[in-house]
Design a protein around this ligand. Sequence first.
Ligand code: HXC
Length: 517
Amino acid sequence: MSSTEQRLQDLRNRKARSEAGGGQARVDAQHNRGKMTARERMEMLLDEGSFQEIDALVEHRCRDFNMDTNIIPGDGVVTGHGTINGREVFAFAQDFTVYGGSLGEMHGLKICKVLDMALKTGRPVIGMNDSGGARIQEGVASLGSYAEIFFRNVRASGVVPQISVIMGPCAGGAVYSPAITDFVIMVDQTAHMFITGPEVIKTVTNEVVSFEDLGGAMTHGSKSGVSHFTASDDEGAIMLARELTDLLPQNNLERPPDKKTSDPIDRSCDALDSIIPDVASKPYDVVDVISEILDDGAFLEVQADWAQNIVIGFGHLGSHTVGVVANQPKVLAGCLDIDASDKAARFVRFCDAFNIPIITLEDVPGFLPGTNQEWGGIIRHGAKLLYAFAEATVPKLTVILRKAYGGAYDVMSSKHIRGDYNVAWPTGELAVMGADGAVEIIHKRRIAHARNAEQERARLTEDFNEKFANPYKAAALGYLDDVIEPNETRRRLARALEMLLDKEELRPARKHGNIPL
Ligand code: HXC
């Protein structure tokens, strides 16, 4: 063999060692748990043949605990770039077969390199996490690398989309990288996120809890709001990451890509004419309204199982990506509470950061009353939603479907906080509060002194409803741009969106605002 051939063979051997990861036995163990390997995940995420690996030959520098006799090139994380439906992205996948995917100094710096390159080139980053956390043998060096990652996640926030797919353990401070990224996708049963595990919790608080109950996909999808999507397996999670990436711009200087549709923008939404029940207290499913309006009825709901009194998600209108925020009358009558405010506020800020127009569908009786809410800081949390809508300069289109009461009217992208296009259906009710409550307050004495209190109350309530439970006072003041027939909602919104796409709106220069966190 010539020396050139030897060198070539040496390179091939090194690459093969890197590709083999922790060896066949550990790969089999990974498969037996229903998990794919890091490389399989990377191949599935990216278009066929598009993956270009970076840093396959990086090695750790740890000399303690005999680590110098156990060096696997690549150091437990596969990193690089490739395309998703032809658009370039950066990605990394932790390799649980190598030191349990634990993050040491060099493993961490590989992730940092990908984040740096993504920021430099304005490309999204997708991270696939499957790791035992900080590599214990490397001590503070691994903590240092974690913090370097956190810093870059923060620096990239609002500049390039960042998506985390959790496909195994993600424990301790390690959770803070995904938490800072824009979207967290968790795989049911195999993904677990927590700050302290069941053992520590038992020791400190005496609580007994399983991994799954503590930090599984269902928990974070429905209780904590940490995760945005739950997938039943690795493949489902990866497909979700691809779908999400398709909707988003590459960075904050671009608009999201259009998605061509054959659904006519002037399609009449006839079903919407009868969707609002005759009885005001009766619910309906606002997701039906959203699907009727959007192109091809396609709606990707985000955080579908958490704070269900508000619905958020993405779709297209007239081929443009839009974000939708909608009160859900089916849950808590669509009241705004702490979690709903947090959920929608973060979503509005994401859309604003990435030039995604926001469509708000409003049917809200107000903020949820109660000591739980007040002591939990509904004032502070509700303010976030108000702040987010007011701060957003993307096109903002609002349709009042039914109730728009009290402070919630102002908060939900009203004209006054710079909604660009605000309309109501004829069923809209814009008032300080519902007729029942209002009559009790302003006609308290009158009712008390009436010969027949019940009759008087009913008459006054009807009178109030007639005068105020409609959209025409607001339309007369110009707070609404129009009152429209429900069937024309798609056409009117699509036309308004076209008109608003080139909108420019500036805010005073400042370091950053002080959103009430
Ligand atoms: C080094 C680790 C490791 C770690 C796992 N391994 N975690 N090596 N550092 N943190 C290794 C194991 O030694 C083992 O090596 C292989 O990975 C697989 O681990 P197993 O325990 O056999 O797998 P499993 O039974 O599936 O359990 C997975 C696990 C468990 C739940 C993740 O390994 C575990 O509890 N690990 C420790 C988790 C932890 O406490 N990490 C620190 C958290 S604090 P071999 O050679 O046998 O295959 C933290 C702080 C971050 O991360 C702070 C950021 C600011």
